[in-house]
Unconditional design. Structure first.
Lengths: 277, 318
């Protein structure tokens, strides 16, 4: 089958195919042009706004581009990133494990009923209340920010895993029950492989919430990290440094979330699409 | 009869049926939370960690206005603080809805507009509230304008992506068919376009309100001298843990009331026209409406991927 397909692809294209291809190329070119136009427009709007408001209060893109290298030279840049990433690793790592565990437990109607309200509460309430509650109780102790990060971000992980549980092919689990397969083996051989893509999506969504609450906890109870640096720069009215911290970590998190995690998600689960096709 | 009812399930699972029912588990949850709270209370080495009774007393005094705490001359008590936040939220929400609908419609209809706005909408969508909260505090001081802008910044991207998806999901065949049968345009709009947009528009409202509120309370901490966010920060600065926890519970009650009393009935109305499949899914769904929203987000992400995939392919072609 493969060879015939290749031969077909190598053969001369018909006029219709050529036309479609040209159309498609034009579409892609248009898309990129408008995309670049969007970047030019928004960056220009930012520059103009900073001119009107004042460079010191609302620094423009050029000023930011100059400040970020200065921060890197100052030596605090990478240590702050490392501090924040450590917090994310510990706090969100724990939240992720708890979230997946609860998500897997929702296979049982009892546990799903048990955690239902807890998950809803975590989803609808702002991260601020967990941050302040955790920090007023535990202060600088790690329990405080771990409490805040876990309670804010576990629910999004759980919801996505539970979505996978709902899509679980019922005939497979029914059959395994009928043949007397033990619960542990059913989990290992049917549920977990099936859940894997959902868990990856859950990781990505959870991370998008987790890093924000981590930065928030650093504002209130930390002496290092991005949130701390942002708060200090803001209190010293160094808005250029403030925006440089904010934007550099923001871009870093976006790249991690959209490019790295999303790409791996796709790479890992390409086989599934092939099966579906 | 009663003995039969209680003994039969015992033979099956070892526990009576009412213990094994999900409803019982749901009722059990708050008691387990209270139990954990007491466990921390009796083991923690902290002078300010309150017991549940202390928090309950605090909340009762706040509700009945007998605590004697007067926050400020303009916003004296709990109700005024919440009212101020609600007012800011509603104003910002309507601005976000209008702005987001315009941009979302443009992005759904025109591919060029989509390419133009896409990356920036995604950027604003992912921006932490802390960034604009700290900036608005310095730029605008303690006015109403800062918090309202925060709601607009937080809510608009969610309106945009939902409206865009709604426009993309309009049933083309139905519109084509209606056109070929010469159905007047206003009838097409009313009977085809609007009903298919409705769920997305509704999701947009729900998201914008919830996310706008979350952004707003953080902004009120840094850029306001009143409002819900400011009040919980007030107790935090005073190192009164019972105040912070009490207000955290008020926040949760507020959010849950919004969900159950406003959005769930609205959702029922908005989805009424849909076939019964959804009703079955909702009944079976473990996390009800919330997971449906999660799904919506996932779908959006997949569409994102689709867009970038075509870009990659197109790049190879060219």
């Amino acid at each position: 089958v493969a060879t015939t397909l290749e031969e077909q692809a190598q053969g001369p294209r018909s006029a219709e195919e050529e036309r479609l291809l040209a159309l498609r190329r034009k579409e892609v070119r248009d898309r990129w042009m408008w995309r670049i136009a969007g970047y030019v427009f928004f960056l220009a709007a930012w520059a103009v706004a900073s001119r009107i408001i004042g460079e010191n209060l609302f620094p423009g893109p050029i000023r930011i581009a100059r400040t970020i290298p200065e921060l890197i030279e100052s030596g605090r840049f990478f240590s702050s990133f490392a501090a924040t990433l450590t917090r994310i690793g510990i706090g969100f790592g724990l939240a992720f494990l708890i979230g997946v565990l609860i998500g897997v437990l929702t296979q049982s109607r009892w546990w799903s009923g048990f955690f239902k309200d807890g998950v809803t509460i975590s989803l609808v309430s702002p991260s601020l209340i967990w941050a302040l509650t955790g920090l007023v109780i535990w202060g600088f102790e790690p329990q405080g920010w771990i409490f805040a990060i876990v309670l804010t971000s576990f629910a999004l992980v759980t919801v996505n895993v539970a979505e996978g549980i709902r899509a679980l092919p019922k005939d497979l689990t029914d059959m395994s029950r009928a043949f007397g397969v033990t619960n542990w083996r059913r989990q290992r051989d049917i549920v977990f492989p099936f859940l894997a893509p959902f868990v990856f999506t859950a990781l990505r969504f959870g991370f998008s919430v987790g890093w924000k609450v981590t930065v928030l906890t650093e504002v209130f109870s930390s002496n290092e990290g991005i949130g701390f640096e942002m708060r200090v720069a803001q209190q010293l009215f160094r808005m250029d440094e403030f925006f440089s911290w904010a934007i550099s970590f923001f871009i870093f998190a976006l790249i991690l979330e959209k490019l790295v995690l999303q790409r791996y998600e796709r790479k890992f689960f390409r086989w599934r699409e092939e099966v579906a096709a | 009869m009663a003995t039969v009812a209680t003994t039969t399930p015992k033979a099956g699972g070892g526990l009576p049926a009412w213990v094994r029912s999900p409803k019982f588990a749901r009722l059990l949850f708050p008691f387990v939370v209270l139990g954990v709270w007491y466990l921390i209370y009796y083991t923690i080495d902290s002078r300010i960690f309150p017991s549940p009774q202390q928090v309950a007393v605090f909340m009762w005094e706040e509700i009945t206005l007998t605590s004697g705490v007067r926050y400020s001359s303009v916003a004296e008590n709990l109700y005024v603080q919440f009212g101020i936040t609600l007012m800011r939220l509603t104003i910002g929400f309507f601005i976000a809805l209008i702005l987001g609908t315009i941009v979302g419609l443009a992005m759904g209809i025109s591919k060029k507009a989509d390419a133009f706005f896409h990356d920036w909408v995604m950027g604003f969508l992912a921006m932490p509230a802390l960034v604009y909260a700290l900036f608005l505090g310095i730029a605008l001081g303690f006015t109403n304008i800062g918090p309202i802008i925060a709601v607009v910044i937080a809510g608009t991207p969610f309106v945009i992506i939902n409206i865009r998806e709604g426009v993309r999901n309009t049933p083309r065949e139905l519109i084509d068919m209606a056109r070929s049968f010469e159905v007047p345009q206003n009838k097409i709009t009313r009977h085809v376009l609007l009903p298919s947009l409705m769920p997305f528009f509704f999701a947009a409202i729900r998201y914008a309100y919830a996310v706008g509120w979350k952004g707003l309370v953080i902004t009120e901490v840094f850029a306001s001298d009143r409002g819900m966010g400011w009040t919980i920060k007030f107790w935090y600065d005073a190192h009164r843990a019972h105040g912070v926890i009490g207000y955290a519970v008020f926040f949760i009650v507020f959010a849950m009331a919004l969900e159950k009393l406003v959005f769930d009935p609205l959702a029922d109305r908005a989805f009424k026209w849909r076939p019964k499949i959804d009703a079955v899914q909702m009944a079976e769904g473990d996390f009800g409406a919330v997971s449906r929203e999660g799904l919506l987000l996932i779908e959006d992400q997949e569409i994102e991927e689709g867009v970038s995939m075509t870009n990659v392919d197109g790049g190879r072609d060219g």
